[in-house]
Design a protein around this ligand. Sequence first.
Ligand code: FAE
Length: 536
Amino acid sequence: MARRHVLGMAALRTAAALGFTRIGLQSAGAAEPDAVDTAPAIVVGSGYGGAVAALRLGQAGIRTLVLEMGRLWNTPGPDGQVFCSTRAPDRRSMWFRTRTEAPLAAFLWLDVVNRAIGRYPGVLDRVHFDAMSVYVGRGVGGGSLVNGGMAVAPQPAYFGVQFPTVDTAEMYATYFPRARSMLGVNTVDPAWFESTDGYRFARTSRKAAANAGLRTTFVPNVYDFGYMRREAAGTVTRSALAGEVIYGNNHGKRTLDKTYLASALGTGNVTINTLERVREIRRSADGSYLLAADRIDPAGAVVGSRQYSCTYLFLGAGSLGTTELLLHARETGALPALDESVGTGWGTNGNVMPGRANHLWDTVGADESTIPVLGIDDRANTANPVFAEIAPLPMGLEHWISLYLAITGNPERASFTYDRATDSARLGWSAAQSAVSVRMAKNLFDRINAANATIYRYDLFGSAGKAFADDFTYHPLGGCVLGRSTDAYGRVKGYSRLYVTDGSLVPGSIGVNPFLTITALAERTMTRVLAEDTAS
Ligand code: FAE
């Protein structure tokens, strides 16, 4: 396996160096071979669900094509870096935008955060719906390229409530450990955490929480903490300690292209086509699946259309991408037997982001690590369950702000509907549903402010002077919920050999950061599907 992983990494490097949009062991040669348009298995999307499917299919000897709308991220730009920094974003930062749309829009009410950029298939997208916008990663590795790397398992009891058809004991004994090991999860050394300036902000927030009688807990991560310690010691190039995260980390983070996808390519059975966006799926008379994909050029123009066919189709396009594809297929009559529940059960994982102002003597440090490692755990509070990630705000100066990403137990769910006029999906999430997350988070942070005689920051989230950013989520979940739109293993109801492996399976909330759960569920699906469905 190690040798195969190395071969996969080499294929990724070669494809990047030669500017290929098709990545596989074969493309390690000088010329890009003709594209395959028929494969036994196709995987849509290369985030967590897609990457697990690709690796396990490849290992089973099944020739597999992965279609990813984003680009491969390992070619240095003119500045010698693959990714741009959060402090000086350029066209690499966002998906076909002329201006960045950072979650934190302002500082002291000033519009100093966002910058004009050129249109390009950048790594972070913000998808706008009526009352909610959704951040997603674009590229080979999906959300792993832009996220904070927090790899947290939910509480078993909550997992059991959300997934009544899944054997909880088996998940915690087999699939969560498998996901952790494959993703390269590690933990910060507690002694180093206590001493390093990079986590002064987390220690300050921990003290404020403790003053309110609240418990904090360490959270594992896929960022290599050994690397971060060397960053702090000045022996390697800085990434987490240089403000890099939402527009990509140039070093230190074990993103999917370095883990699952490198191993998948190393099997020799997996090819990844980039800058190809699947537009529609249907089924032919012989039961195979037909896909139409648009080829996108770096300026965003559709420069061609490709048709693909496969026997086994795995959807890993994320909660938005997979739900949109299936909703479109059902509503246009391409896959009319899809269940009525497709498009429902969607939620924000209760995401809401507040900031607090600390006293002058409670400093957060100018050198914050971008990688969160602590969460305030108030999930036992049944009226207002909250797990609040202590989030960094790496501005390169002392600002006395404590920022949080609160994951509240908001029970609100929304549905997508297909809008025929625009041929797109509309999300029925309302501002009133976000207000439920705010109420829950406010309950917690009011207690922290009262115990510390501190106040909220009203200058961070736009001109309206909001204390809570409640109009975006990092954690879109649901739309094709496990056990409702699919069977208990992600097999889509109404169609054989069609599977969902991504965050759309999670019913709107998982109580903690979701990618470990998505990965573990995908591992469980692939174990079952490869044992039962592909044998004949
Ligand atoms: P995802 O990773 O989104 O992958 C879907 C892939 O499919 C993407 O590469 C898309 O470009 C591609 N795609 C979509 N539609 C199409 C199409 N039609 N044709 C071809 N390709 C397509 O899906 N979670 C954590 O657990 N811990 C964290 O610390 C954390 N921090 C986050 C920070 C940020 C800024 C963001 C945005 C998210 C964060 N998340 C975090 C959420 C996490 O990244 C997310 O739950 C997973 O990435 C979802 O995995 P999926 O496999 O569902």
